[in-house]
Design a protein around this ligand. Structure first.
Ligand SMILES: [Zn+2]
Length: 456
């Protein structure tokens, strides 16, 4: 146990390190960059989406708590219907997913209406419902798989199931990330080749500058769902690809240089192995989380996780653990996003493109550059718009003063904040600015291991 904790701590320390030098981000005031009408609209829209998020989380907690309360009764009925411990557990998992979904449909419809009101989407309510049902299908399958593994292992290994189950769930996470672009994403979108000779040449040039193979680059037909622009890198090894939304390619707000920057940002995620690292973080979080889950379930019920009746309670605890660890997941994601921005700045040498892109993103995605602090920790997968603009402006000073030595920063396992600081400072100043940079960069991610890295 102690050995595992030490290995995890060392792994977390290695994974946490990035190659962003210790530059001081330029402070940017939202009112200097955006018209007040844009800020007000962003505030209004995001306040609504956050309320819907909080409402849907609260609803999930209540529904799972109710199911946990009636679990014994449900288990009795299911035992007669399907028989067998694992089959009952899987059925309860599917039932929980479906019940949560049904209860959440009204909130989802209201949220979709909110998005339509702000012109973020033109998708019909019917179209939204089909998407939501497809999402339920994937969720129900994953939940059924997860609880089946846990209950079967608990029946075999007792309260120590998590020592096998934790790594098994981590392995499932890896397989999911590997297969997602091929199996899951085609359920939601059509993908097509770039078919743009100029952009294809750009991609090849940028890939060479970032130092990675191009891999696949696909265009996603996201415009049928939203006008929000985005791009991402998904998959691992043979399934790895860069996906650019057609909303990004077709938007007036973005120029060719901006799209070049986005491609560089996504390829930077590849160059810095962020998806692999995300899988590793997932394992680091999910294994001790499984241990905690095993301990809590054992306390609640003598048979612990081997009793299928604990499935709803187990799902509730898993949700709460996910919420409790989301500040860590988000901090990791923000750190990798900042690194991807930095690598892209070095590859393109075009800080204006990052600034222009961030401004365009706020307009097309109705972003909120002045998000509240709690949003950063609970929902912030990326540095804020102002921090990203601040980095682009800091890069201008950085590149003109020490760009020639930047090659020394590219070693993946260096501590660049020490090695490549562009301005010699006293150790104390250096430490305080490191803290500030950490504080500044680590505001508001994708769920390591389970979600793709995205640009916005
Ligand atoms: Zn990104």
């Amino acid at each position: 146990m102690c050995f595992g904790a030490v290995v995890s701590a060392v792994a977390a320390w290695l994974l946490w390190r990035t190659t962003v030098p210790d530059v001081d981000l330029v402070d940017v005031a939202a009112t200097d960059v955006f018209p007040s009408a844009v800020l007000v609209e962003g505030d209004d829209y995001r306040a609504g989406t956050r309320a819907f998020w909080a409402g849907s989380i609260a609803l999930q907690i209540v529904v799972l708590a109710l199911l946990a309360w009636r679990a014994r009764w449900l288990t009795g009925h299911l035992l007669r219907l399907v028989g067998g411990r694992v089959r009952v557990a899987a059925s309860l998992g599917v039932l929980a997913a479906v019940t949560v979904w049904v209860a959440s449909v009204p909130v989802g419809i209201a949220r979709h209406g909110w998005r339509r009101q702000f012109d973020v989407t033109e998708q019909s309510y019917g179209g939204w419902l089909v998407d939501s049902a497809a999402n339920l299908l994937v969720t129900a399958l994953l939940v059924a798989l997860g609880v089946s593994i846990v209950v079967a292992l608990a029946a075999r290994f007792g309260s120590r199931w998590w020592m096998v189950g934790g790594p098994a769930i981590a392995a499932c996470g890896f397989v999911f990330v590997l297969l997602q672009p091929v199996v899951v994403q085609p359920l939601f979108n059509d993908f097509s080749p770039l078919n743009n000779a100029q952009l294809e040449a750009d991609v090849r040039e940028i890939a060479a500058a970032v130092g990675v193979g191009v891999g696949g680059v696909e265009v996603r037909d996201q415009s049928r769902r939203t006008r929000s622009a985005n791009a991402k890198v998904t998959g691992l090894g043979p399934s790895r690809r860069v996906v650019i939304d057609d909303t990004l390619l077709g938007a007036d707000a973005f120029e060719r240089a901006d799209i070049r920057f986005v491609v560089a940002h996504e390829l930077a995620h590849v160059a810095r192995s962020h998806v692999w690292k995300g899988v590793a973080w997932f394992a680091l979080i999910v294994i001790p989380a499984a241990g905690l889950l095993a301990l809590l379930l054992e306390r609640v019920r003598p048979g612990g996780a081997s009793d299928p009746a604990v499935v709803p309670l187990g799902l509730l605890i898993a949700l709460l653990i996910f919420l409790a660890t989301s500040p860590l997941q988000n901090a990791v994601s923000r750190r990798y996003e900042a690194e991807a921005d930095w690598v892209a700045l070095k590859a393109t040498g075009d800080p204006e493109a990052l600034e222009r892109f961030m401004k365009g993103l706020v307009i097309t995605n109705v972003g909120d550059p002045t998000r509240p602090g709690w949003v950063k920790h609970l929902l912030g997968t990326h540095p804020s718009t102002l921090e990203r603009i601040g980095m682009s402006r800091a890069f201008v000073g950085y590149s003109s003063s020490t760009y020639s030595s930047s090659a020394a920063c590219s070693g993946r396992f260096r501590m660049p904040s020490r090695v490549c600081h562009f301005d010699q400072q006293s150790p104390i100043a250096s430490i305080s600015s490191l803290i500030n940079l950490g504080e500044t960069l680590t505001r508001v991610t994708t769920t390591p291991g389970t979600s793709p890295s995205s640009t916005s």
